[in-house]
Every structure is written in structure tokens, then in C-alpha cells.
Design a protein around this ligand. Structure first.
Ligand code: SF4
Length: 318
């Protein structure tokens, strides 16, 4: 069953910056969908468009088949209980003057779900669930480590029992040694609470470890999308190939296009708005079509779509 569908979602800032540009995707209930991109690719803006924390310029959002774009603020509240975000930085996203009890229990209070002793009990239950000591409810965020703070952020996000969790770089502010612990906690919680994840990251290894499907965003647009198995085995888009070049493939012969490397970065090689948005950095860009015609996202093979003039369906074996 599809839990989330985005159709042609677009967000333009200041009348001209297309932070999210015509994005369409679907996420199945119970799956982990990875959204992969560099900073500036629009992935965090996309995360905030879904529960309408910021308003889309155009396009449609369907949650469990219901369109969200025309809901009034009051009607959005129950939807926002079902769609929660875990933010990247557990150091800045938690109010330092609130106790853990207040931080984790606040959503229950705001949505009038519980108060008093019932709220306390639910907070303690959430703390146990995320691996925190439930006796520490009166402590403040600074008394916890980075990993523990992110567990507080996760407890706060799941206390309303949402269906969809948007995880915005949930481990990138943490030490490498605790990243895996937090990812494993998320895997456990997904099983226990039947959660669906939209996982936003710039880290390929996190995608490979966690995700069923992945979409690669570049300058606001999806340039390749498919199952993790397919994309990591046979990346079709030159951008994906460049990102994957350092990851050893178990079966390199399966790669149909040669691996490429990127010398320019997203800032030093700006796109002028014409042709393929990746053309200023693309090592295999062609003169002509690549500079003048924006490639559409087309099916390469079952379970994989890419936006590149050089990628033809027959190049990749099914
Ligand atoms: Fe590179 Fe051209 Fe493909 Fe864009 S369309 S990724 S510039 S080869």
C-alpha cells in the first residue's frame, strides 16, 4: 500500500530559485525510502514540504491517498500527528531549558493526548523504547551525549505513534562510533512500531545499510531513482556513477557505463537553467543536447528511472 505520493512537487523561493523542481515519488508503507543528495540539492526543503511546514509553490501531496495541499491548518493537525520529522542536529533542535520529560512529552500535551501521570508514564515508556534510562526524566539536554540527545529527538517524534517518520540526516552530526547504534535503533523501532521512513542523507553507506528504495536529488530534481539493489549494482546516471565510484561493487562487470569522477563541485560549476542541470559537472556531457534540452526521468528498466540523454533502456539488462 502506498503511504505517501508526491506529484510534480515544486518549491520556488524568491520567484526564481527552484529549490524543489517537479519531484514525483511514491513510498510504500513499511519501507525505508532514501533521499540522497549533496547540500543544496533541495532534499531538506522537500522534507519540510511534505507535512506543509513550508508551502509548495505547485504540485500535489497524498498521504494515505488523501490530498494534503488544500487542507486548512486545523485539518492538517491530525495529519501532522502521523508524519513526524527527526531533525539532523540534536544539539540545536532540543530546547536547552526544557527537561527530557517536557521535550518528549510536549507533542502529547500540544495535541491534547495526555497530561499529568499518564503523560509521565508514556514518556518513560518512550525512553525505555529508545534506550534511555527512564529515571532521567528531569535532566536537561546538556547532561546527555550526542547519541543520547538524538534518542531524545527520536522519542519525541514517535510518542504520537506516527506512521511516517522523516529522518533528516539523523546521524550526520554524531560521532562515527555512535552512528551505527542510532541506525540500529531506527531499524528496531521500524519493526516494533510498523513505521515507514523517508531517510534524507548525503551518506551512501547509510542508504545501503537502511533503505529499500532511493532517489538521487541534484539541484532540486530527481536524476535517478529505483531500488537500492538496482541502483548500487547498475547506476545509470553519470552523477550516481560518480558518487558510487569509491564503493567496490561485488560484480563490476554489471556496470554498463564506466565510472566517472567529478572535479567541480555544485557551487563552482553553476547551472545556467538550460539543458541538463548536471551538465556543468558531467564528465561525459555532449555538446548540443546536454546543453539545450533537459532530459526527462524515464524508465531504464524495471525498478529504475534516470534522467540522462545517454541512458537508453536497452543499455541496461533487465
Ligand atoms: Fe551528462 Fe548529458 Fe547525461 Fe546530463 S544528459 S548527465 S550532461 S550525459
Amino acid at each position: 500500500m502506498t503511504i505517501l505520493e508526491l506529484r510534480n512537487l515544486t518549491k520556488v523561493f524568491g520567484g526564481r530559485v527552484r529549490a524543489v523542481d517537479d519531484v514525483s515519488l511514491t513510498i510504500e508503507a513499511g519501507a525505508t525510502f532514501g533521499l540522497l543528495g549533496e547540500s543544496g540539492s533541495g532534499k531538506s526543503t522537500l522534507a519540510r514540504l511534505i507535512p506543509r511546514l513550508i508551502e509548495p509553490t505547485s504540485g500535489e501531496i497524498f498521504f494515505e491517498g488523501k490530498p494534503l495541499q488544500n487542507l486548512r491548518e486545523r485539518d492538517l493537525r491530525p495529519v501532522r500527528e502521523q508524519i513526524q520529522i527527526v531533525f539532523q542536529n540534536p544539539f540545536s533542535s532540543l530546547n536547552p531549558r526544557m527537561t527530557v520529560r517536557e521535550l518528549i512529552g510536549e507533542p502529547l500535551y500540544i495535541h491534547k493526548r495526555a497530561s499529568g501521570a499518564a503523560l509521565d508514564e508514556q514518556v518513560r515508556e518512550m525512553m525505555r523504547l529508545v534506550g534511555l534510562n527512564p529515571e532521567h526524566t528531569n535532566r536537561f539536554p546538556h547532561e546527555f551525549s550526542g547519541g543520547q540527545r538524538q534518542r531524545i529527538g527520536i522519542a519525541r517524534a514517535i510518542i504520537l505513534r506516527p506512521k511516517l517518520l522523516i529522518l533528516d540526516e539523523p546521524t550526520s552530526a554524531l560521532d562515527v562510533s555512535v552512528q551505527a547504534q542510532v541506525l540500529n535503533l531506527l531499524i528496531d523501532l521500524q519493526r516494533t512500531l510498523h513505521l515507514t521512513y523517508l531517510l534524507i542523507t548525503h551518506d551512501l553507506s547509510v542508504v545501503r545499510y537502511m533503505c529499500d528504495d532511493v532517489a538521487l536529488m541534484y539541484l532540486g530534481s530527481i536524476v535517478e531513482q529505483g531500488t537500492v539493489q538496482r541502483i548500487f549494482r547498475q547506476p545509470a546516471h553519470p552523477y550516481t556513477q560518480a558518487l558510487l565510484r569509491d564503493i567496490p561493487s561485488t560484480d563490476p562487470d554489471q556496470r554498463m557505463l564506466e565510472s566517472v569522477s567529478l572535479e567541480a563541485d555544485i557551487v563552482s560549476a553553476p547551472w545556467n537553467g538550460q539543458g541538463c542541470r548536471f551538465s556543468p559537472r558531467c564528465p561525459v556531457a555532449q555538446i548540443g543536447e546536454c546543453k539545450t534540452v533537459e532530459p526527462a526521468l524515464v524508465e531504464v528498466t524495471t525498478g529504475q528511472r534516470a534522467a540522462c540523454h545517454l541512458v537508453k533502456p536497452h543499455l541496461v539488462t533487465p
